[in-house]
Design a protein around this ligand. Structure first.
Ligand code: ADP
Ligand code: ZN
Length: 745
């Protein structure tokens, strides 16, 4: 029997039901080739669009069925469980299934084939070498090329020519003369070729560490879902706990995913994992080439890399049967994706761990309020505490420096007297220091002293930062402009520069500390691939005394030589208009303080602040998470904010401010209707109001925020809203997004 075959195809059509599939005929010539997981081209209305095959049948579901045009790739791009994951993402985060699926299989969509590389090898018999060398004395360039090829087999032509200091012509002559031979093969794109499995001296675990491993290992052995909150102070050895737990899960034939924030995925971390698990590790992060990522992805999918180490998106990796998922620094805001699907890796991890009966470990020295609440007695997570640093090292002594007093006593410089004095001591004793501040650039504010105009990015309404190259830059969209001599508004000649960025700190430090060797690490000094590694290894090799940087230096680094951390301004994150500002400040201060005293000598921390009395600053200075938690949770409870409620944000954006605002008003009315329909006096709704970045990359942005302790009812409202709108904004040239559990509001 040769029945007609039909395929269910997922296509993304704005304004239509975001999870809807459409049926298409499979043309005769593609029967046998079209299968679940294929990407295909299909006609849709008057267009041709790309879709994904998610089902096949011999029954026609509708009268008029069009035909598939062609297959886009050979082979399937996803499995059933990956489609299920995409459907869950789409449902939870109110986005289209296609968008979610595209995120789940992103590396496969950017598949690239490695290009063959020609490598050169000498084909001269060793016995003939002396004779050949003698013959070549009159052509020294050819001799040089030959000697280099002998010493470095496997270079390509260009590399050999440049290393030997000869032209390509000379290399070609050697090839033509049958002295060098070209071999072509496909390279494996290994992003970390320098790291290999090493026989590491196994550390013996401390009591706290082995109790933690025991707890997790028990759960792994039972093969049931369980979640742990590993609350361990900085330097308590959480990484070693992770490594041991991974060994346990590999023993059961299952796989493990470890997530780390982008900035913590340091060469140190990769080296640790590679040293323990060698080629079984696949690394995934955003600075890899598409090819490198695709190769790692394939090794994960086919099971040859059961240990995945990566950033946020690695939670979507095609790991067949994850028995263990670890999220290091689980409180980090970078685990939230800021475009659709706007997922939080922690939420996805919980979904995957439940689904696969796997174990979830959330590690942090400063847990998010959301997670810590779930780890309180009777909660869903089991709490594991590690209260001590390795080898009985003490937590660093933290001193708060009240910058108001500093000014009163006549010092209005960036650095307090005590910080400078400590830095001099460190230089004298040949110890290292980290200076942290959350702003890059030279001066962070440019103001006309006559009319008061603040120079802002014309596209983003964000104040511009002055950089030492004489230009002003927008740190959101990278708009650049030459710094003006006269005010563009009033024509006045007194343009003033204020505020402090890392460039200025670096410059003023080198003036204040002659002979001090200073390195800077921020987004400006780490643009080139590998520059991050270079700066860190130079610093850890003792090639510099002071490392100045933004949050890149605050987190995750393990630098035993550092005995002092200076925080230039603790207040910069405290006064953000966001209900998580206190939490972020506490986390940042505790993390940055954790970078010192990790070696043999005790560490100390100096925090400069204008509000030393704030509970977040106070608690951080005493390493007292629980004091912070008690104060913060009381505030959240009073306001009815998360974790006591779930929040959803609806954001409208577009080029015309009035149109965006009008659309937002309309949506507010619509939402009000659904809230009433849901019989929900328990749902809070505010807005529309200008979003925290009211103008971004030429778009005006307005948002509406809904929150409720009764998430089921809030979901119901959002589901009805989404069905009514199809997820599309009311009006052309406008965009709408729904953000569940938004991070910055
Ligand atoms: P955390 O992530 O909790 O801040 P790390 O995992 O970076 O801490 O560990 C801190 C330091 O202690 C690292 O240098 C690590 O190599 C070392 N370390 C961890 N466990 C042990 C152990 N059992 N014995 C000796 N050193 C250890
Ligand atoms: Zn901008």
């Amino acid at each position: 029997m040769n029945n007609q075959l039909y395929a269910d195809i997922l296509v993304e059509v704005p304004g239509m039901q975001p999870d809807r599939t459409y049926q298409y005929k499979v043309p005769r010539n593609l029967v046998g080739s079209v299968q679940f997981g294929n990407r295909v081209k299909v006609p849709f209305g008057k267009q041709k669009v790309t879709g994904f095959v998610v089902g096949l049948s011999e029954e026609k579901a509708v009268e008029k069925v069009k035909e598939i045009i062609n297959l886009v790739d050979n082979g399937r791009l996803f499995r059933e469980d990956q489609l299920e994951l995409a459907k869950w993402l789409a449902g939870y985060y109110f986005c289209s299934t296609v968008k979610a699926l595209q995120a789940v299989i992103a590396p496969a969509l950017k598949k690239t084939t490695p290009r063959p590389v020609a490598r050169l090898y000498s084909v001269v018999e060793p016995a003939q070498l002396p004779e050949l060398r003698r013959q070549m004395t009159r052509s020294p360039k050819r001799l040089a090329a030959l000697e280099t090829a002998l010493q470095h087999p496997g270079l390509n032509k260009r590399e050999l020519a440049s290393m030997a200091g000869v032209s390509l012509f000379v290399v070609n002559q050697l090839c033509a003369g049958g002295i060098l031979k070209v071999e072509t093969n496909l390279p494996v794109r290994d992003p970390y070729p320098q790291y290999r499995l090493t026989e590491q001296a196994q550390v013996s675990l401390t009591g706290e560490q082995s109790r933690a491993v025991q707890d997790v290992a028990d759960a792994i052995r039972k093969g049931r879902h369980r979640a742990f909150m590993l609350h361990g102070v900085t330097g308590s050895g959480k990484t070693e706990v992770y490594l041991h737990c991974i060994e346990q899960v590999l023993g059961t034939g299952r796989q493990a995913i470890t997530l780390v924030p982008e900035i913590s995925l340091t060469p140190q971390m990769v080296r640790l994992y590679k040293a323990r698990f060698g080629q079984h590790v696949a690394v995934l992060h955003s600075r890899m080439s598409d090819g490198e990522r695709y190769d790692e992805w394939t090794r994960i999918e086919n099971g040859s890399a059961p240990v995945v180490l990566g950033v946020r998106s690695a939670i979507l990796a095609p790991v067949p049967d994850p028995g263990l998922i670890i999220i290091d620094e689980e409180h980090e805001p970078s685990y939230k994706q800021e475009e659709a699907p706007r997922y939080h890796a922690r939420a996805v991890a919980l979904y995957r761990a439940r689904k696969s009966r796997g174990v979830l470990v959330l590690g942090s020295a400063t847990p998010s309020l959301e997670s810590y609440c779930r780890a309180l007695p009777g909660g869903e997570y089991k709490l594991i505490n590690m209260r001590h640093r390795i080898n009985g090292k003490s937590m660093p002594n933290v001193q708060l420096v009240d910058m108001r007093r500093e000014v009163q006593s006549g010092n209005s410089a960036i650095f307090s007297l005590v910080l400078l004095q400590k830095l001099r001591e460190k230089l004298h004793n040949k110890e290292q220091a980290i200076i942290f501040l959350n702003r890059r650039g030279f001066k962070t504010l440019v103001v006309c002293r006559e009319c008061g105009l603040v120079l802002k990015c014309p596209r983003c309404e964000i104040s511009l930062t002055y950089h030492t190259d004489g230009r002003l830059r927008c740190h959101y969209c990278n708009y650049r402009v030459q710094a003006p001599k006269i005010c563009p508004d009033c024509g006045g000649g007194q343009v003033g520069y204020f505020g402090t960025g890392t460039q200025r700190v670096e410059m003023e430090l080198s003036a204040a500390l002659p002979g001090g060797r200073i390195l800077r690490m921020d987004a400006d000094t780490t643009i080139r691939k590998g520059s991050h590694e270079q700066i860190l290894s130079a610093f850890s090799n003792g090639e510099a005394d002071i490392l100045v940087g933004t949050q890149m230096v605050a987190k995750g680094l393990d630098l035993p030589g550092v005995t002092l951390v200076g925080v230039i301004n603790a207040d910069s994150s405290l006064h953000m208009p966001d209900f998580r500002a206190g939490e972020r400040t506490f986390q940042l201060l505790a993390q940055v303080a954790g970078r010192t005293g990790r070696g043999d000598k005790p560490g100390e921390v100096l925090i400069q602040t204008h509000t030393p009395e704030h509970y977040a600053v106070q608690a951080a200075s005493r390493h007292n998470y629980s004091a912070f938690f008690q104060s913060e949770i009381a505030v959240r409870k009073e306001m009815g904010y998360p974790p006591f409620a779930k929040m959803v944000r609806v954001l409208l954006s577009g080029k015309d401010d009035a149109a965006v605002q009008q659309a937002a008003e309309k949506i507010r009315t619509q939402l009000d209707g659904f809230v009433e329909g849901a019989n929900g006096g328990k749902i809070m709704i505010v807005g529309p109001a200008p979003a925290p970045l009211p103008r971004l990359k030429e778009d005006y942005r307005w948002h509406i925020i809904l929150w409720s302790a009764d998430y089921r009812r809030l979901r119901l409202v959002m589901e009805r809203f989404q069905r009514a709108t199809g997820g599309a904004a009311p009006g052309k040239e406008l965009r709408m997004s729904i953000d569940v559990d938004p991070m910055y509001i």
